[in-house]
Design a protein around this ligand. Structure first.
Ligand code: PLP
Ligand SMILES: N[C@@H](CCOP(=O)(O)O)C(=O)O
Length: 393
């Protein structure tokens, strides 16, 4: 394990989450030995257990991962990795199975997470499965209904703050770093990212290496995790190149996209992040350093998209591709189209868009879309339908 901030190095130790010397972000260095997809057994995240360091004598799993890679109907050579098909409806489940298993195997009884909603739902489900007590810190009034309902369903204790996700995140840091009373389940915990990197393993096993991978970015762990997965496979000679990582943020919460655009080494944080895509309404991403490393070393980039572009992309995904994704996930398509228009990616290359969460997470976002709803007299239903069929002919 190596600290991205001060360079401190230590042997793999599952008890360590942040740098023991400076408190910075740790990277878990994995060198695959004799790795081949043809030797693997099982499905989902734990199919790749040879690539996940640590001791997992007890695994807390709800059969996460093994999500569909759906070919686009609109863009040839483009695929959607639909993470909404995970047990709680987002990619967080991949990280949670590893992080919660680590918590159990290292003897923790109380876990906590700050969340815009999906981490909360996932952490609550895995904590229940493991029999752990869980505290969720949420920005009051800013969590999509489906996600809040999930956290209630799984029986978590919900602590609400007035303010953004960033304030909730700072509160969890206090519980973990200053007081040492919880095991943190957010993505500054590098064990979480070991689970999330299996997105790359699944893509590579199914279609080899893509040219570009387009990922919505919020707290900025996932883009790094996916890049890490591809990097490990490339270093082991399993794939020949690392795809360019293209991060997409909402215009009102775009510290990383702005840093890349301006060529900064450190982002300027957004004090009051705002976007309809509540999952990525984050102004101070804890993993910004990892995300910038993934983007720059893969020769990728980061872009921001407007709320209107996100809404249009969500509609297009649903109404032209048949895929229901939440607004933050639709940002990937909005960003992809922007990247094509700006000549940043070539639509005829092999491109993968990560659709991070299910549409059902955010019913209010769906209900805001234009709908054809007509009150009818059931006895004369044919008048409407036949009338329209005739008009269309
Ligand atoms: C649906 C969804 N998409 C994208 C993201 C962004 O992922 P990350 O925080 O790893 O950048 C999140 C959470 O942050 C999310 O819930
Ligand atoms: N969108 C996230 C924000 C927290 O991200 P994490 O990956 O650091 O847990 C959420 O769903 O809460």
């Amino acid at each position: 394990m190596k600290c991205l901030d001060c360079g401190y190095e230590t042997d793999i130790n599952q008890k360590i989450i942040t740098c023991p010397r400076c408190g910075g972000l740790l990277e878990i260095k994995v060198k695959l030995k004799g790795f081949s997809f043809s030797n693997l057994k099982g499905r989902g995240v734990w199919r790749y257990k040879d690539a996940i360091p640590g001791n997992y004598s007890k695994i807390v799993s709800i059969n996460e991962g093994n999500t569909p890679l759906i070919p686009s109907r609109i863009y040839k050579q483009t695929f959607y990795k639909f993470e909404g098909a995970n047990p709680t409806g987002s990619f967080k489940d991949r990280g949670m199975t590893v992080a919660v298993s680590s918590a159990v195997n290292t003897g923790y009884k109380v876990v906590a997470a700050a969340s815009t909603g999906n981490t909360a739902a996932s952490a609550a489900a895995y904590a229940s499965r493991a029999g752990l007590r869980i505290y969720l810190v949420l920005p009051k009034g800013k969590v999509a209904l489906g996600k809040l309902a999930q956290s209630i369903l799984y029986g978590a204790t919900i602590l609400e703050v007035n303010g953004s996700f960033d304030i909730a995140m700072a509160s969890v840091m206090r519980l973990y770093k200053d007081l040492g009373i919880v095991y943190p389940l957010n993505s500054f915990n590098p064990w979480r990212l070991e689970g999330q990197k299996t997105i790359a393993y699944e893509i590579a096993e199914e279609i080899g290496e893509p040219d570009n991978v387009i990922v919505p970015v919020g707290n900025a762990g996932n883009i790094y995790a996916i890049w890490k997965g591809f990097t490990e496979l490339q270093e082991a000679g399993v794939i020949s190149k690392i795809p360019r990582m293209i991060g997409i943020q909402a215009e009102g919460a775009a510290p990383i996209a702005k840093a890349i655009e301006k060529g900064l080494n450190e982002p300027e944080f957004f004090e009051n992040p705002e976007t309809i895509a509540t999952a990525i309404r984050i102004g101070k991403p804890v993993n910004w350093k990892k995300a910038i490393k993934a983007i720059r070393s893969s020769k990728g980039t980061a872009l921001s998209v407007s709320d209107q572009e996100i809404i249009d992309a969500q509609k297009k995904l649903a109404r032209e591709e048949g895929i229901g994704a939440e607004p933050a996930s639709a940002a990937a398509l909005a960003g992809y189209e922007k990247a094509i228009n700006e000549g940043i990616v070539d639509k005829d290359q092999k491109n993968v868009l990560i659709l991070t969460g299910h549409a059902l997470k955010d019913p209010d976002a769906m209900l805001r879309l234009d709908a054809r709803r007509i009150l009818i007299n059931p006895e004369h239903i044919e008048n409407i339908v036949l009338g329209e069929i005739n008009d269309n002919n």
